[in-house]
Design a protein around this ligand. Structure first.
Ligand SMILES: *Cc1c(COP(=O)(O)O)cnc(C)c1O
Length: 466
């Protein structure tokens, strides 16, 4: 499988290089040159497979000769064994044809574990083969950091440095990062905000000379293709559990960077019968505004009860724009360069095509709290604020009540106790057993000034072989 850039200028790469590359050299994102397509008969024959076997069937065409089949199988088995439910991604029924798929049974209780638990293993495999080392540098406002740390804790060839804004992440989120005590895990609390952290990461990628040429940086944010690839699988799993591929399904996806829902779009292109895909956003609703009015325009960032969806621009949306523009990288490059300067629109027929593929809704904090409360009162089931947005949008956008609607449950409610309290519920969501002692565990973290050279000096002197 070859991968090409959405901006049309970077060289095509194989799977291994895409894994290590992050952004393409022309500023674009890598996408597969072509997609595998599965027939209804083939998909039907996967009914009843364990999650990791299903994952193998769906992902191996993207990996192919980069990793021998049996090694990839083992890797997947180990990855999904670490989830706390045998079904890996169990379904919970809320009402007739209304479901939540619980994607928070992994080690850090958010759906990002599906991809990052695998990514750590993939990186280590490729780096071992190439006798290389990488430094992962990332900024987090919460979930990504803990999932990335957990995914890389056993990697031999990876040191990971995660920057978070000092005293501005929730205690659960901080402890999930700082209580992982491996020698290759480094938490940095920056005396600044999330944007400061992100800027430092970006500048470090632009000029890696502070590492002295002895190692290189790698990215684990959702622009990494391997993350999207791993997220395609659970759409198939949901379908097979609910009568697919002999009937179609609708999905509602709490969306920030457009990674998770893009995976659903790919599942559909690969042959899975999906009749509706709902983009569910919070008040940071650039995608909903684009879908409703063909205007792509950045607004000020708003802080909401669903912080993992607080974004101004949605980086993976570029991958959809590439398809909407007939995979013409030059058109995408031009569009996104103009979007840096002000609002942009696309040709009407392209936009109409996007509207056929997706519905969308934006849900504010009040709608989020109302939904958490309503579902709890009716079903005694606690939604986290991100999933609540998905459930609300599913109800608002639903086209056909006879089609099962599955909302992706992206986080465990215990990660966001403030939203539960804000919804007026007195119930306290409990952390699952493997995390029950989180508040007693030893933490390890270094607080640094909001200053690029201090952060870079720290990294240069703390990675394993430094
Ligand atoms: C990351 C995240 C999202 C958004 O996912 P994208 O792939 O960026 O759209 C939604 N909910 C939770 C809990 C998350 O951690």
């Amino acid at each position: 499988m070859r991968y090409i850039s959405t901006r049309g200028e970077a060289p095509a790469l194989g799977f291994e290089d895409v894994l290590l590359a992050g952004l393409a050299s022309d500023g674009g994102l890598y996408v597969p040159e072509s997609l595998p397509h599965f027939s209804v008969e083939e998909i039907r024959s996967w009914r009843g497979l364990p999650y990791s076997e299903l994952a193998f069937n769906i992902m191996y065409p993207f990996v192919d000769d980069a990793i021998p089949a049996d090694e990839f199988r083992t890797m997947l088995k180990e990855t999904y064994q670490g989830f706390s439910h045998d079904a890996v991604a169990p379904l919970v029924q809320l009402d007739t044809n209304e479901w939540v798929m619980e994607l928070f049974r992994g080690p850090t209780l958010a759906f990002k574990d599906f991809a990052l638990q695998l990514l750590g293993r993939l990186l280590d495999y490729v780096l071992e083969k190439r006798k290389q080392h990488v430094v992962i540098m990332g900024a987090t406002s919460g979930d990504t950091g803990s999932a990335a740390i957990e995914g890389c804790r056993h990697c031999e060839h990876v040191d990971i440095f995660i920057l978070h804004p000092h005293e501005r992440v929730s205690e659960v989120q901080r402890r999930q990062m700082t209580t992982v005590l491996g020698d290759n895990i480094h938490n940095i609390a920056v005396r600044g905000n999330f944007d400061d952290c992100q800027r430092m990461v970006k500048e470090s990628f632009g000029d890696q000379s502070f590492l002295g040429g002895k190692t290189q940086l790698a990215a684990v944010n959702s622009i990494n293709w391997a993350r999207i690839m791993a997220q395609i699988v659970y759409y198939f799993q949901a379908s097979l559990a609910l009568g697919g591929p002999d009937r179609s399904l609708a999905f509602s996806v709490p969306t920030g960077n457009f990674g998770d829902i893009f995976a659903g779009y790919l599942a559909k292109k690969m042959g899975l019968p999906i009749s509706q895909l709902v983009i569910a956003t919070n008040r940071n609703d650039i995608l909903h505004r684009f879908m409703s009015g063909n205007k792509y325009e950045q607004h000020q960032l708003e802080h909401t009860l669903s912080p993992s969806m607080d974004i101004m621009v949605s980086s993976n949306f570029e991958r959809l724009l590439f398809d909407l523009h007939g995979r013409d990288g030059a058109l995408v490059k031009d569009l996104l360069e103009r979007a840096q300067k002000g609002p942009v629109s696309i040709e009407d027929y392209r936009w109409r095509h996007a509207r056929k593929l997706f519905d969308s809704d934006a849900v504010d904090d009040k709608g989020t709290c109302d939904t958490i409360r309503e579902i709890y009162e009716r079903n005694e089931y606690l939604l986290d604020p991100h999933t609540a947005i998905g459930v609300r949008a599913a109800r608002n956008c639903r086209r056909d009540a006879s089609v099962p609607m599955v909302t992706l449950g992206t986080a465990h409610p215990a990660k966001f106790p403030d939203a539960i309290a804000e919804a007026g519920l007195s119930v306290k969501p409990q952390l699952p057993p493997h995390m029950a002692d989180l508040f007693e565990r030893e933490e390890r973290c270094t607080v640094l000034d909001n200053d690029l050279s201090s952060v870079q000096a720290f990294i240069a002197s703390h990675w394993k072989l430094a």
